[in-house]
Design a binder for this molecule. Sequence first.
Ligand code: FAD
Ligand code: NAP
Length: 247
Amino acid sequence: MPNWCQSKVLARREWAPGLFTVTIDAAGVQPFECGQFLHLGLQVNGELVNRPYSVASPHGPQVEFFVVRVDDGKLTPSLGNLIEGDELLVSDRGAGSFTLNRSPSSRDIWLIGTGTGLAPFIAMVRDAEIWNRYERVVIVHGTRFAADLGYRDELERLAKEKPGRFVYIPAITREELPGVLKGRLNQLLVNGQLEQAAQMTITPSDSTVMICGNPDMLDAVEQALLERNLSRHRSKTPGQIVVERYW
Ligand SMILES: Cc1cc2nc3c(=O)[nH]c(=O)nc-3n(C[C@H](O)[C@H](O)[C@H](O)COP(=O)(O)OP(=O)(O)OC[C@H]3O[C@@H](n4cnc5c(N)ncnc54)[C@H](O)[C@@H]3O)c2cc1C
Ligand SMILES: NC(=O)c1ccc[n+]([C@@H]2O[C@H](COP(=O)([O-])OP(=O)(O)OC[C@H]3O[C@@H](n4cnc5c(N)ncnc54)[C@H](OP(=O)(O)O)[C@@H]3O)[C@@H](O)[C@H]2O)c1
């Protein structure tokens, strides 16, 4: 059981029905690394229910989370109903090894996520470390619909601010939108469209690839990368692929 601190909702933004960012007071949370998660807890029907959530912002007096409502889920329907001023519990320290510190160094880093799997990458690109360690950063975000592309404005702005250093590639699967790739991320990797959009190539010598989101996507993208001679990064057997599994 985590050590809990009392927290309060400071702001809430709905990207699409059921897909939201919640910003909370983090005064009691100890410094954590970008890519780590905290637990959020709420009383639901008289029972404390808690789940881990990647923090979508670097450590600070307030932190944010990018969350999707799982309609028959135990916590997210209540989490999704919180409004400014409502109270909730947050764990007092970050956990998890999906961090740059635990990832290999290389020239390029690809941050590949579906749905709310974008969250840890938002924290990373808002922080200095990634820009100090990698020459070029690519975020690939895959969702069902364009409305689910949370943080799109911020990422497009960042791409304009950092030409040659940052590329943002949104991709959707269930509608057509001019200028946005259509297809699952593993397919877009295999058919070369992701690399074409980034104007960069994924290679074992130049690339680190972090993947987060739908577990079936993780497996499919990792398989495509293994076929390109990349391998899972482990402390004893260094490789290029680092994975975070939400469920
Ligand atoms: C390390 C870690 C970090 C996580 N970070 C996030 C995050 O940043 N944002 C977030 O929304 N969730 C995140 N999750 C998932 C989160 O912990 C909960 O599982 C999720 O919010 C569902 O909780 P629930 O009680 O409503 O549903 P439950 O009753 O626990 O139902 C779980 C089921 O919901 C589905 N599910 C769970 N998470 C998602 C998701 N993100 N997208 C689509 N379907 C899902 C799966 O089918 C899963 O089996 C993370 C999980 C882990 C392990
Ligand atoms: N606006 C929202 O996002 C929203 C709001 C409320 C509730 N929900 C619910 O939340 C749950 C999760 O929805 P989500 O859209 O966030 O996540 P998701 O189902 O994981 O879909 C996100 C992206 O991952 C892709 N994907 C799924 N399986 C894959 C695989 N095997 N390989 C590669 N890519 C794969 C999807 O493509 P496909 O389209 O081809 O599956 C989609 O582009 C659903 O139950 C949904 O109904 C979502």
